[in-house]
Design a protein around this ligand. Structure first.
Ligand SMILES: Cc1cc2nc3c(=O)[nH]c(=O)nc-3n(C[C@H](O)[C@H](O)[C@H](O)COP(=O)(O)OP(=O)(O)OC[C@H]3O[C@@H](n4cnc5c(N)ncnc54)[C@H](O)[C@@H]3O)c2cc1C
Length: 396
């Protein structure tokens, strides 16, 4: 049986790219010829760009390569949530990795968010907080949904207690969208604008190239079709499909597809901030014009979504459309549908590792890499340049 998406309109495009700031991106050159730098960064998503920034901060020279446009992958196609802490929630991370590792990652992601807001301003980083709901907005469809919501509410209580214990801001929410937790430190963005904004900022000092896929990555040298970069250190900052680029990492990171859609505007202000529910599997944010950007459903299609493919499918999209209607509080009209690859790790700790001599890699953010990815990328640079072992919140 196929799960091919049949549409009567050409809607399989990334909703974020309609933003004039993204649509007007002038592009970067393609690498041609041979260059030399202290560091070569492969992958210019949010993580690779953080690595570029970190290398510049140290006063070193850097060349960055992307296979497509800057943030051609998940970094330009995600939900745009900027959430503090690990993907699995601080209370679960505390139990699984230890208190120090969980808290350290939480604090570093909030620092990363502060830095991003400082660099890009409120036009790009909207510090509105985030809302975790127990369940989805609206009445439960059946007793199974009610039971799941009750179980999730108990988990919200545990998260609340853990956050309060560690001095992280959190409030209960009980309102139009349901019941849950409000985390005032979190934020939202158009992810493509974030990456392009950073690339613009760094392109004066770093040499950045688009449409220049790394075809061979070895000690001291990265080769593309049009040229090569010689560098003392290579940093591979690719979340999804990392094990295809560096096959020695197979088993430590596994690629999955995540899908989203965007809608025509619904009542502005319906979602005051980015909102996620049903254990974080479903999520939505609303822009100033009232459009919803909605994703989710991976848990209903687990086996099918372990794939490096990035074409949206009928089954997942039908689920997300229902979710969108719940977030909107009424019917929606879909304008865009898309998907991208992310990496998952066995114990939900992101990977920061020396993959080959002179080559370090980071990835495997378990679906929440907008802030964790940059933290990991900085740890990868420190590992490669200083030999500093990554902190315990990362698998190395
Ligand atoms: C639908 C969806 C929703 C999500 N929602 C959220 C969210 O709301 N909040 C959150 O925190 N996280 C979210 N995530 C996860 C998040 O998007 C990723 O973890 C994060 O963007 C990873 O960024 P990255 O820079 O590490 O890697 P990527 O985005 O994977 O970037 C890697 C870059 O490397 C390039 N590349 C690949 N191969 C090569 C090569 N051979 N040579 C050169 N370049 C190469 C790619 O073109 C790409 O631009 C979501 C992901 C998806 C797919």
């Amino acid at each position: 049986m196929t799960d091919r998406l049949e549409t009567d309109r050409p809607v399989t495009e990334v909703g974020w790219d309609a933003d004039p700031d993204v649509a007007g991106w002038p592009g970067l050159p393609v690498l041609s010829g041979d260059l030399r730098a202290d560091v070569c960064v492969v992958g210019l998503g949010g993580s690779g760009l953080a690595a570029v920034g970190e290398v510049l901060r140290r006063g070193l020279s850097v060349v960055g390569l992307d296979a497509g446009r800057v943030a051609a992958g998940a970094a330009g196609r995600n939900g745009g949530f900027l959430l503090g802490g690990p993907a699995i929630g601080v209370h679960h991370a505390e139990a699984g990795w230890g208190l120090d590792a969980a808290l350290r990652l939480y604090r570093q992601t909030l620092d990363e968010l502060g830095e991003l807001a400082r660099l890009l301003g409120p036009e790009v980083v909207r510090r509105a907080g985030s809302l975790r709901l127990a369940g989805l907005p609206g009445e439960p469809a059946d007793s199974a949904e009610q039971a799941d919501r009750d179980a999730e509410w108990a988990d919200c209580e545990q998260q609340y207690q853990a956050l309060r214990r560690h001095g992280i801001a959190v409030r209960y929410y009980d309102g139009e969208l349901g019941r849950g937790l409000f985390l005032p430190d979190d934020a939202a963005m158009n992810p493509a604008r974030r990456a392009l904004g950073l690339a613009r900022r760094y392109s004066g000092q770093a040499r950045l190239f688009e449409h220049s896929p790394a075809m061979r990555i070895g000690t001291g040298r990265v080769a593309t079709a049009g040229g090569a970069v010689s560098a003392g250190l290579v940093v591979v900052a690719v979340d999804g499909r990392l094990e295809l680029l560096l096959p020695e990492l197979a088993g430590r990171v596994r690629t999955a597809r995540l899908q989203m859609l965007a809608t025509e505007p619904v009542r502005p202000g319906r979602l005051p901030c980015p909102v996620y529910g049903r254990w974080g599997y479903d999520y939505a944010q609303q822009d100033a014009a009232g459009r919803l950007f909605v994703g989710g459903g991976r848990d209903w299609f687990v086996e099918q979504e372990w794939t490096p493919e990035t074409v949206p499918t009928a089954g997942v999209q039908a689920w997300i459309e229902q979710v969108a209607a719940r977030f909107a509080g009424g019917p929606v009209r879909v304008s865009h549908r898309w998907a991208a690859s992310v990496g998952y790790t066995p114990d939900a700790r992101p990977l920061v590792t020396a993959a080959r001599p002179g080559v370090v890699a980071c990835g495997g953010y378990n679906g929440t890499g907008n802030l964790v990815g940059p933290v990991a990328a900085r740890a990868a640079v420190a590992l490669g340049l200083d030999g500093t072992p990554p902190p315990a919140c990362f698998a190395s």
